[in-house]
Design a protein around this ligand. Structure first.
Ligand code: SF4
Length: 416
């Protein structure tokens, strides 16, 4: 089923590794942003009704099964503004009574009072941006919040449970030089001792142009070492498995199948989604992708114009018509990361039935054979393509290998 994402583009401080769109000028922009977002909700409230027939029908029957308010740092919004946004979402979209409604929060904002408020606004799931469980690691990442002592985390989680949150996920990062293996394992064990049911853990990636990339280039931060990150990924898998967690995607682990992130699952299954807010993306589940104006000032300006709706939407959302090759690329990226893998029957039906796709099919299966020989992926029961444990470490390389010439790939692998 379809899902909805709201991007709240404010942060208190820029983390050094970040490449999301955000602004540090909340005082200046929060009210105009909220006003613009309310206007966008009105403009695109029929998005799901206008989807291709089957999807529109599902929406009419069941409503949205997932809403995610992320960022940025949504937990720094003024309570009054968050109330207005949530009320507008419930008023203008059909949201299932059983929907997963997630809020991304920073530990420092999660007071007992705020947790009660968030629950009363309809949120059912918290995604807690812990990132690291040591002072040294947080300094390396340039995070604003300080080290959360186990007692403080314990009381935060107790308050969350008292407020009625049963579904709590923690975000962690690994693979950076100041995080030693022993500390990583200790942090994981400390976090897992609490009553949380989901973990998202990402290897730190150094984005070109980020502050971290500049710090590393000037020798002010140690560089990221791939072997170190791979080792910590394997430790992550081992510790979470020992603690009874299921890995259902490369970076996502859940206590049981009921606490898989529905929102992420919906992206990975290629379902339609609507993104609201600056720089948010939307997808119609077929061939169209939409990208919102990324700059907060322009976003508010476009939405404050009193023009006809269609003109306003055009100025707000840039449309991309995806080619078969692009859709195939997106399909592989999202599905291969899923531990359940890709159904070969589905690939045939979606991409290879048409006679014009013969070459794409031939190249794909040739590459599958090569990757099988390298023990990076395997065909499970003749029906599903899955990454091996070694393949989980090289997923980016594997996905790229389906789309670029061999000699370029060898060069890229060498550079990495
Ligand atoms: S809090 Fe999140 S969005 Fe904001 S700068 Fe840090 S990583 Fe980026």
């Amino acid at each position: 089923m379809a899902s909805l994402y709201v991007h709240i583009p404010f942060c208190r401080k820029a983390c050094s590794y970040c490449d999301f769109y955000f602004s540090l000028n909340r005082d200046k922009y929060e009210n105009s942003f909220t006003q613009a977002l309310l206007q966008e909700i009105l403009l695109v409230k029929d998005f799901f009704k206008d989807l291709p027939h089957q999807e529109a029908k599902k929406y009419a029957e069941h409503g949205l099964r997932s809403v995610y308010v992320g960022g940025g740092t949504p937990s720094i919004l003024e309570s009054e503004n968050l109330k207005r946004i949530m009320a507008a979402l419930f008023r203008n979209f059909k949201i299932s009574a059983h929907a997963e409604i997630s809020l991304e929060v920073n530990p420092e904002d999660s007071t007992a009072e705020k947790l009660l408020l968030w629950r009363s606004l309809g949120f059912t799931r918290l995604s807690l941006g812990l990132q690291a469980f040591s002072e040294q690691a947080l300094v390396y990442l340039g995070r604003r919040h300080g080290y959360l002592k186990p007692m403080a985390l314990n009381s935060l989680l107790k308050n969350a449970q008292r407020a009625g949150f049963k579904n709590i996920s923690v975000d962690l990062m690994y693979g950076f030089a100041s995080l030693e293996d022993a500390k990583w394992v200790e942090s994981l064990k400390q976090v897992l001792a609490f009553n949380i049911n989901h973990v998202s853990a990402y290897a730190l990636s150094v984005e070109p142009g980020s502050l971290l990339a500049r710090q590393i280039a000037h020798g002010r931060r140690a560089a990221v070492d791939e072997a170190h990150a791979s080792r910590q990924f394997l430790l992550l898998r081992k510790v979470l498995k020992q603690q009874g967690f299921l890995q259902y995607e490369i970076s996502n682990f859940s206590r049981n199948i009921n606490s898989f992130s529905r929102h992420n699952m919906s992206y990975w299954q290629g379902r339609p989604y609507l993104g609201l807010g600056p720089a948010a993306h939307s997808y119609d589940g077929a061939k169209k992708r939409f990208i919102n104006v990324s700059n907060i000032h322009n976003y508010a300006r476009v939405l404050s114009n009193q023009k006809k709706h269609s003109t306003e939407i055009k100025a707000l959302k840039q449309v991309e018509i995806l080619s078969t090759q692009e859709r195939f690329h997106d399909f592989l990226i999202t599905r291969l990361r899923n531990l359940n893998g890709i159904s070969l029957t589905e690939i045939e039906e979606l991409f290879f039935e048409n006679s014009g796709t013969k070459k794409l099919r031939k190249t794909f299966f040739k590459q599958v054979t090569l990757l099988e020989k390298e023990k990076l992926l395997y065909v499970y029961r003749g029906r599903r393509l899955r990454l091996t444990e070694k393949g989980l470490l090289f997923s980016d390389y594997i996905i790229r290998s389906f789309f670029i010439e061999k000699q370029d790939l060898v060069q890229q692998k060498t550079k990495n």
